[in-house]
Design a protein around this ligand. Structure first.
Ligand SMILES: CC(C)(COP(=O)(O)OP(=O)(O)OC[C@H]1O[C@@H](n2cnc3c(N)ncnc32)[C@H](O)[C@@H]1OP(=O)(O)O)[C@@H](O)C(=O)NCCC(=O)NCCS
Length: 127
């Protein structure tokens, strides 16, 4: 899967910090996932997309969109009115993808990412 984080990142989130984790399977093989948690930002409950990825050979088959639509449905059912996420500034494909789902760039996050260091965008949408 194309989101490369260190093992500690996954262990930490799986142990302490996730509320919704969906996997997309095709012929019993995982071809995509989305990992999320919910938190309160300025008194508003928000669903946060921690990581989303689709296997390169299955991109543009609607899997990412379906994962996001399911996550949004689950957040709605939990009464969460907002979804937010961070994305690398250079990840133009993902930014287009999120824009297509109704997300807007809200704020630049200078130096948000490491390895390599890069600015990020905070994106969000109201459900
Ligand atoms: C971003 C990502 C999850 C999208 O998943 P996907 O399954 O390929 O996306 P979908 O097939 O559901 O695309 C839905 C729509 O989003 C838009 N879209 C998706 N990928 C796009 C791209 N590379 N360029 C422009 N628009 C894109 C299109 O409008 C697409 O609809 P269409 O194929 O009918 O034109 C996938 O590209 C990925 O895994 N990227 C690497 C990891 C990553 O960047 N994750 C996000 C980190 S914040």
């Amino acid at each position: 899967m194309p989101e490369h984080y260190k093992l500690q990142f996954w262990n930490f989130h799986l142990d302490y910090f996730w509320d919704v984790f969906l996997a997309a399977k095709l012929d019993d093989k995982v071809v995509g996932y989305v990992m999320c948690h919910a938190e309160t930002i300025h008194h508003v409950r928000a669903g946060i997309i921690i990581s989303l990825a689709v296997a390169p050979e299955h991109k543009r088959e609607g899997i990412g969109k379906e994962l996001m639509q399911n996550v949004q449905r689950i957040f709605r059912m939990k009464g969460i009115p907002l979804v937010a996420l961070q994305v690398r500034k250079s990840n133009v494909d993902a930014i287009r993808f999120y824009e297509g789902l109704g997300y807007q760039t809200e704020m630049m996050l200078p130096g948000y990412y490491t390895e390599p260091t890069e600015d990020g965008w905070l994106m969000s949408r109201v459900l």
